[in-house]
Design a protein around this ligand. Structure first.
Ligand SMILES: Cc1ncc(C[n+]2csc(CCOP(=O)(O)OP(=O)(O)O)c2C)c(N)n1
Length: 545
């Protein structure tokens, strides 16, 4: 006797299919929001899509992966994104690169030609599916048999979620979905819990607490994993108890901020090159780096790795980060648990509290306004619980200085540096955090790399506010050109790109405003329950504060 499964397959009564087992697994893991862009090879997976799942369509794979990245980071959950065989993965690769840098737990899946047609290389066969995204993912796999698909997806999800978190990839031939699985075996394979938050050796923590307390002038460098691991308030506790001045990791790197930037102990953002960074930390005898790599240097300005008299200790959950650092010691363990253990051991220090940095200065008046003024205006109306997703290269430093965000989970930036993260990720972040207003601050050049994200924001009623800073150039590249002594490079000007016009075409309520209208326009857009865009002309060049 035949029965129709939830997924629509006609199978013998009592039989469990690959699709049933897969959706059961995703449901159990809370992975019921799926991002993607489908093709013929993915349709068998999506057949009779279960009612308790949501499919979020991105019109280009950069958008699908970027939305999933934002969603995974802002929800703290592994997130599935389904792409269309080789060309879909190809389009998504830049965004997968960003997800890797963001340590975002993405389960990237792609359809594949039917197994019986792969050897003769029928159209759409990805001839080496597992090799394609290989350097960008923690694990890349095409299961040898249809019935191995649920187990492979479970294995991939565990790997994505274990520290350091990151994307994984599974290629799934299109005729696998109706195949039968052994119910007993698949129950074991997909029902497992795997946890990976490891505590540091207590002796090592005790030594570090003593070293920290004995230091004359220690400092803390807070990285993105302070936020991602849930160590935000513990980091504040440690900085206050030990009177530590706190720096953010070199700008613009780091997908998240690791310390409240309005806190009296917060000093600023480290410069990103070897020589200037070493000069900045001069005078400190112990540099404690938490939840970051040491360091993501760029551009190449040589110098000593550390100033004389300084030593460095890093706490990271990423063995590769620990191993590749060019200086200092490292402890590989969960950042939140280790910081808590360190806080428990660290005595109240008698050092003087660090001097609070001054409030941001208003930018000098100009016409058009400087990017600093634009982001300061955003700061005037930015809600307490707001979240900002940033891809506005020449205004990032100014935004950090003007907004001084102080709540956990308030800042997302594409740590890989590949443009296309901002617009897409802001939609994913807002879907994961519906109660918190999300503002995406984006350059008009950056907006072009994932422009179709506007459509997803409209289609799924995602009320992001997009603030487009239009300076009619690739300002950051002109700055790099001057750093690199490059003259006469073409392709750095963007005469009159009408982002508001394009966004309206996708259905976003969009307007271009003068500087005098900016404040009210932003306040209205943030309060609105629709996606809205505000575009403002800003002066060319870098804004540093
Ligand atoms: C995928 C990708 N392509 C190209 C670049 C190089 N790139 C870095 S910043 C930038 C310019 C961005 O322009 P815009 O958003 O207008 O910002 P502005 O520099 O003017 O602030 C470019 C092209 C990149 N980072 N990623």
């Amino acid at each position: 006797m035949l029965q129709r499964t939830a997924g629509g397959d006609r199978v013998p009564v009592g039989m469990t299919t690959v699709r049933d087992a897969t959706f059961d697994f995703l449901r159990r893991r809370g992975m019921t929001t799926m991002f993607g862009n489908p093709g013929s090879t993915e349709l068998p997976m999506l057949a009779d899509f279960p009612d308790d799942f949501t499919y979020v369509l991105g019109l280009q794979e950069t958008v699908a992966v970027g939305m999933a990245d934002g969603y995974a980071q802002a929800s703290g959950k592994p997130t599935i994104v389904n792409l269309h065989t080789a060309p879909g993965v190809g389009n998504g690769m830049g965004a997968i690169f960003n997800a890797q840098a963001n340590k975002s737990p993405l389960l990237v899946t792609a359809g594949q030609q039917a197994r019986s047609l792969m050897t003769l290389q029928a159209n759409l066969t990805n001839r080496d599916a597992a090799r394609m995204p290989h350097p960008l993912v923690k694990w890349s796999y095409e299961p040898p048999r249809a019935e191995d698909v649920p187990h492979a997806l479970a294995r991939a999800t565990h790997l994505a979620s274990l520290p350091p978190q990151g994307p994984v990839f599974v290629s799934i031939p299109m005729d696998d979905w109706g195949a039968e699985v052994d119910e007993g075996a698949v129950g074991h394979q997909t029902g497992r819990n795997v946890t990976g938050r490891a505590v540091a050796d207590p002796e090592v923590v005790r030594d570090l607490a003593a070293r920290l307390d004995a230091a004359e002038n220690p400092m803390l460098v807070a990285g993105p994993d302070v936020d991602a691991s849930g160590a935000w308030y513990t980091a504040i506790g440690l900085a206050e108890r030990q009177r530590l001045p706190v720096w953010a990791i070199p700008a613009p790197g780091g997908g998240r901020i690791g310390f409240p930037e309005g806190h009296p102990n917060f000093i600023g953002i480290l410069p990103p090159a070897i020589g200037p960074l070493s000069e900045t930390v001069a005078g400190h005898d112990l540099v404690l780096v938490v939840g970051a790599s040491v360091f993501s240097y760029y551009p190449n300005i040589p110098g000593p790795l550390l100033p004389d008299g300084a030593s460095l200790v890093a706490i990271t959950s990423d063995p590769d980060e620990a191993a590749r650092a060019p200086m200092g010691d490292a402890i590989v363990a969960d950042v939140a648990l280790t910081l808590q253990a360190l806080l428990d051991q660290a005595p109240e220090s008698r050092r003087a509290a660090p001097e609070a940095r001054p409030a941001p200065e208003p930018a000098p008046e100009s016409d058009p306004i400087s990017p600093s003024t634009a982001v300061a205006t955003l700061g005037e109306v930015f809600p307490e619980n707001g979240i900002v997703v940033v891809e506005s290269p020449s205004a990032t430093l100014a935004l950090r200085n003007q907004l001084r965000l102080s709540r956990p989970g308030s800042y997302y930036f594409g740590a890989g540096g590949g443009l296309g993260f901002g617009l897409a990720a802001s939609v994913g972040v807002q879907l994961a955090q519906p109660e918190r207003p999300v503002v995406c601050v984006i350059g008009e050049g950056s907006a072009q790399y994932a422009i179709q994200a506007f459509w997803s924001a409209v289609a799924y009623d995602v009320p992001v506010t997009f603030l487009v800073l239009r300076n009619e150039e690739y300002a950051i590249l002109k700055w790099f050109a001057s750093m690199e002594d490059v003259e006469g490079a073409p392709g750095l000007d963007l005469p009159r790109l009408d982002v508001a016009g394009v966004a309206s075409g996708y259905g976003v309520t969009a307007r271009e405003v003068s500087d005098g209208e900016l404040r009210d326009a932003l306040a209205e857009a943030i309060a609105s329950d629709r996606p809205e865009l505000v575009e403002v002309r800003v002066a060319p060049g870098m804004a540093l504060a």
